[in-house]
Design a protein around this ligand. Sequence first.
Ligand code: DX5
Ligand code: ZN
Length: 227
Amino acid sequence: MEITPSILTADFTILGEVLDDALEADIRWIHLDVMDGNWVVNRTITFGPALIRSIRNRLGDDVVLDCHLMITNAEETWSQYVDAGVNLVIAHIEAVQDPAALIDSLHAAGVEAGLVLNPDTPVDMVLPYLPNLDLVLVMSVVPGKGGQSFMPEVEEKVRCFRKAIDQQISGGGRQTRLMIDGGIKAHNAAQVADWGVDIAVVGSGLINDKGSIAENLAEIHAELDQS
Ligand code: DX5
Ligand code: ZN
Protein backbone atom coordinates (compact mmCIF):
# COMPACT_ATOMS: atom_id res chain seq x y z
CA MET A 1 0.00 0.00 0.00
CA GLU A 2 1.32 3.41 -0.98
CA ILE A 3 1.22 6.34 1.46
CA THR A 4 0.50 9.89 0.34
CA PRO A 5 0.72 12.86 2.71
CA SER A 6 -2.01 15.45 3.10
CA ILE A 7 -0.34 18.80 3.76
CA LEU A 8 -3.35 20.09 5.73
CA THR A 9 -1.59 19.93 9.10
CA ALA A 10 1.65 21.50 7.82
CA ASP A 11 2.89 24.92 8.93
CA PHE A 12 2.21 26.80 5.69
CA THR A 13 4.92 29.36 6.45
CA ILE A 14 7.50 26.57 5.93
CA LEU A 15 5.59 24.53 3.39
CA GLY A 16 8.55 24.41 1.01
CA GLU A 17 10.68 22.72 3.66
CA VAL A 18 7.88 20.28 4.45
CA LEU A 19 7.67 19.35 0.77
CA ASP A 20 11.44 18.92 0.59
CA ASP A 21 11.27 16.60 3.63
CA ALA A 22 8.56 14.57 1.89
CA LEU A 23 10.73 14.20 -1.22
CA GLU A 24 13.68 13.16 0.92
CA ALA A 25 11.49 10.51 2.53
CA ASP A 26 10.92 9.15 -1.01
CA ILE A 27 7.33 10.33 -1.20
CA ARG A 28 6.26 10.77 -4.81
CA TRP A 29 2.54 11.54 -4.41
CA ILE A 30 1.04 14.51 -2.53
CA HIS A 31 -2.65 14.83 -1.63
CA LEU A 32 -4.04 18.38 -1.75
CA ASP A 33 -7.18 19.09 0.29
CA VAL A 34 -9.08 21.99 -1.25
CA MET A 35 -11.94 23.45 0.81
CA ASP A 36 -13.87 26.53 -0.27
CA GLY A 37 -15.35 27.75 3.02
CA ASN A 38 -18.74 26.45 2.00
CA TRP A 39 -19.01 22.75 1.18
CA VAL A 40 -17.54 21.10 4.29
CA VAL A 41 -19.71 21.15 7.41
CA ASN A 42 -17.28 23.34 9.39
CA ARG A 43 -17.02 25.85 6.49
CA THR A 44 -13.21 25.70 6.37
CA ILE A 45 -11.09 27.40 3.73
CA THR A 46 -7.74 25.74 2.97
CA PHE A 47 -6.02 26.78 -0.27
CA GLY A 48 -6.63 26.90 -4.00
CA PRO A 49 -4.97 26.87 -7.42
CA ALA A 50 -2.35 29.56 -6.66
CA LEU A 51 -0.71 27.56 -3.89
CA ILE A 52 -1.01 24.36 -5.93
CA ARG A 53 0.87 26.05 -8.79
CA SER A 54 3.66 26.99 -6.36
CA ILE A 55 3.78 23.40 -5.07
CA ARG A 56 4.01 22.03 -8.60
CA ASN A 57 6.78 24.47 -9.47
CA ARG A 58 8.76 23.50 -6.39
CA LEU A 59 8.33 19.73 -6.77
CA GLY A 60 8.81 19.47 -10.54
CA ASP A 61 6.95 17.03 -12.74
CA ASP A 62 7.99 13.70 -11.20
CA VAL A 63 5.61 13.95 -8.23
CA VAL A 64 1.93 13.04 -8.58
CA LEU A 65 -0.38 15.74 -7.26
CA ASP A 66 -4.00 14.90 -6.62
CA CYS A 67 -6.55 17.48 -5.56
CA HIS A 68 -9.39 16.41 -3.32
CA LEU A 69 -12.03 19.01 -4.10
CA MET A 70 -14.30 19.69 -1.14
CA ILE A 71 -16.01 22.55 -2.94
CA THR A 72 -19.51 23.35 -4.19
CA ASN A 73 -18.69 24.03 -7.82
CA ALA A 74 -16.13 21.45 -8.93
CA GLU A 75 -17.89 21.07 -12.28
CA GLU A 76 -17.36 24.76 -13.07
CA THR A 77 -13.84 25.23 -11.64
CA TRP A 78 -11.94 21.94 -12.12
CA SER A 79 -9.88 23.38 -15.01
CA GLN A 80 -8.24 25.88 -12.60
CA TYR A 81 -6.70 22.92 -10.76
CA VAL A 82 -5.61 21.26 -13.99
CA ASP A 83 -4.00 24.54 -15.08
CA ALA A 84 -2.26 24.68 -11.68
CA GLY A 85 -0.58 21.35 -12.45
CA VAL A 86 -2.49 18.52 -10.77
CA ASN A 87 -2.41 15.04 -12.34
CA LEU A 88 -5.65 13.84 -10.82
CA VAL A 89 -8.87 15.61 -9.81
CA ILE A 90 -11.02 13.93 -7.17
CA ALA A 91 -14.57 15.32 -6.85
CA HIS A 92 -17.19 14.51 -4.22
CA ILE A 93 -20.07 12.50 -5.63
CA GLU A 94 -22.39 14.38 -3.24
CA ALA A 95 -21.41 17.72 -4.82
CA VAL A 96 -21.55 16.82 -8.52
CA GLN A 97 -24.65 16.90 -10.78
CA ASP A 98 -23.28 14.99 -13.78
CA PRO A 99 -20.33 12.76 -12.76
CA ALA A 100 -20.04 11.06 -16.17
CA ALA A 101 -19.65 14.40 -17.95
CA LEU A 102 -17.08 15.58 -15.41
CA ILE A 103 -15.03 12.39 -15.81
CA ASP A 104 -15.10 12.76 -19.60
CA SER A 105 -14.03 16.42 -19.37
CA LEU A 106 -11.11 15.56 -17.10
CA HIS A 107 -9.93 12.81 -19.43
CA ALA A 108 -10.26 15.12 -22.43
CA ALA A 109 -8.08 17.64 -20.55
CA GLY A 110 -5.40 14.97 -20.11
CA VAL A 111 -5.73 14.34 -16.36
CA GLU A 112 -7.01 11.43 -14.33
CA ALA A 113 -10.47 11.39 -12.79
CA GLY A 114 -11.51 10.32 -9.31
CA LEU A 115 -14.68 10.32 -7.28
CA VAL A 116 -14.84 10.43 -3.48
CA LEU A 117 -17.67 9.56 -1.15
CA ASN A 118 -18.41 10.52 2.43
CA PRO A 119 -18.66 7.88 5.19
CA ASP A 120 -22.47 7.89 5.06
CA THR A 121 -22.82 7.90 1.26
CA PRO A 122 -23.78 4.52 -0.28
CA VAL A 123 -21.36 2.81 -2.69
CA ASP A 124 -24.18 2.57 -5.24
CA MET A 125 -23.78 6.26 -5.96
CA VAL A 126 -20.24 5.70 -7.27
CA LEU A 127 -20.27 2.12 -8.65
CA PRO A 128 -21.94 3.04 -11.99
CA TYR A 129 -18.95 5.28 -12.85
CA LEU A 130 -16.24 2.76 -11.88
CA PRO A 131 -15.39 1.67 -15.46
CA ASN A 132 -14.26 5.23 -16.29
CA LEU A 133 -12.66 6.16 -12.98
CA ASP A 134 -8.92 6.20 -12.38
CA LEU A 135 -9.44 6.36 -8.62
CA VAL A 136 -12.12 5.89 -5.98
CA LEU A 137 -11.60 7.58 -2.62
CA VAL A 138 -13.44 6.39 0.48
CA MET A 139 -13.56 8.96 3.28
CA SER A 140 -12.90 7.45 6.70
CA VAL A 141 -13.69 10.74 8.47
CA VAL A 142 -16.30 13.41 7.76
CA PRO A 143 -14.30 15.85 5.61
CA GLY A 144 -13.40 19.23 7.06
CA LYS A 145 -10.14 18.99 8.98
CA GLY A 146 -7.09 16.89 9.73
CA GLY A 147 -6.51 14.95 12.94
CA GLN A 148 -9.97 13.35 13.28
CA SER A 149 -10.63 9.79 14.47
CA PHE A 150 -10.76 6.98 11.94
CA MET A 151 -14.23 5.50 11.29
CA PRO A 152 -13.80 1.68 11.12
CA GLU A 153 -17.39 1.28 9.90
CA VAL A 154 -16.25 2.12 6.36
CA GLU A 155 -14.71 -1.38 6.10
CA GLU A 156 -17.69 -2.82 4.24
CA LYS A 157 -17.60 0.02 1.74
CA VAL A 158 -13.88 -0.40 1.07
CA ARG A 159 -14.20 -4.16 0.65
CA CYS A 160 -17.13 -3.66 -1.74
CA PHE A 161 -15.09 -1.35 -3.97
CA ARG A 162 -12.10 -3.73 -3.79
CA LYS A 163 -14.27 -6.57 -5.06
CA ALA A 164 -15.84 -4.50 -7.82
CA ILE A 165 -12.46 -3.14 -8.95
CA ASP A 166 -10.88 -6.62 -8.95
CA GLN A 167 -13.75 -7.90 -11.10
CA GLN A 168 -13.34 -4.96 -13.45
CA ILE A 169 -9.58 -5.52 -13.79
CA SER A 170 -9.90 -9.27 -14.31
CA GLY A 171 -12.45 -8.53 -17.04
CA GLY A 172 -9.86 -6.40 -18.84
CA GLY A 173 -11.25 -3.08 -17.60
CA ARG A 174 -9.61 0.01 -16.19
CA GLN A 175 -7.14 -0.39 -13.32
CA THR A 176 -9.00 1.93 -10.94
CA ARG A 177 -7.07 2.57 -7.74
CA LEU A 178 -8.66 2.51 -4.31
CA MET A 179 -7.73 5.25 -1.84
CA ILE A 180 -8.73 5.93 1.76
CA ASP A 181 -8.52 9.27 3.57
CA GLY A 182 -8.91 10.29 7.18
CA GLY A 183 -7.52 9.13 10.51
CA ILE A 184 -4.92 6.74 9.11
CA LYS A 185 -1.87 6.32 11.32
CA ALA A 186 0.77 3.66 12.05
CA HIS A 187 -1.65 1.71 14.28
CA ASN A 188 -4.35 1.20 11.61
CA ALA A 189 -2.41 1.32 8.32
CA ALA A 190 -2.06 -2.48 8.18
CA GLN A 191 -5.79 -2.86 8.82
CA VAL A 192 -6.79 -0.78 5.77
CA ALA A 193 -4.10 -2.45 3.67
CA ASP A 194 -5.74 -5.75 4.57
CA TRP A 195 -9.10 -4.40 3.34
CA GLY A 196 -7.48 -3.95 -0.08
CA VAL A 197 -6.67 -0.23 -0.15
CA ASP A 198 -4.03 0.75 -2.74
CA ILE A 199 -3.19 4.24 -1.44
CA ALA A 200 -3.73 5.71 2.03
CA VAL A 201 -3.77 9.46 2.64
CA VAL A 202 -1.99 10.31 5.90
CA GLY A 203 -2.07 13.86 7.24
CA SER A 204 -1.45 14.32 10.95
CA GLY A 205 0.15 10.86 11.14
CA LEU A 206 3.01 12.08 8.92
CA ILE A 207 3.21 15.83 9.49
CA ASN A 208 3.26 16.38 13.24
CA ASP A 209 5.44 17.40 16.18
CA LYS A 210 6.35 13.80 17.05
CA GLY A 211 8.91 13.15 14.37
CA SER A 212 10.07 13.97 10.86
CA ILE A 213 8.08 12.81 7.84
CA ALA A 214 10.78 10.17 7.21
CA GLU A 215 10.56 8.86 10.80
CA ASN A 216 6.76 8.79 10.81
CA LEU A 217 6.70 7.10 7.41
CA ALA A 218 9.23 4.49 8.59
CA GLU A 219 6.95 3.71 11.53
CA ILE A 220 4.00 3.16 9.20
CA HIS A 221 6.07 0.99 6.86
CA ALA A 222 7.27 -1.09 9.82
CA GLU A 223 3.66 -1.83 10.75
CA LEU A 224 2.83 -2.69 7.13
CA ASP A 225 5.85 -5.00 6.84
CA GLN A 226 4.84 -6.89 9.99
CA SER A 227 1.35 -7.69 8.77
C1 DX5 B 1 -10.19 15.64 5.56
C2 DX5 B 1 -9.10 15.57 4.49
C3 DX5 B 1 -8.03 14.55 4.80
C4 DX5 B 1 -7.41 14.70 6.15
C5 DX5 B 1 -6.25 13.79 6.39
O1 DX5 B 1 -11.14 16.57 5.21
O2 DX5 B 1 -9.66 15.21 3.27
O3 DX5 B 1 -7.09 14.49 3.76
O4 DX5 B 1 -7.10 16.01 6.46
O5 DX5 B 1 -5.69 14.10 7.62
P1 DX5 B 1 -5.60 13.06 8.82
O6 DX5 B 1 -4.74 11.95 8.34
O7 DX5 B 1 -5.00 13.87 9.91
O8 DX5 B 1 -7.00 12.60 9.13
ZN1 ZN C 1 -8.35 14.55 1.54
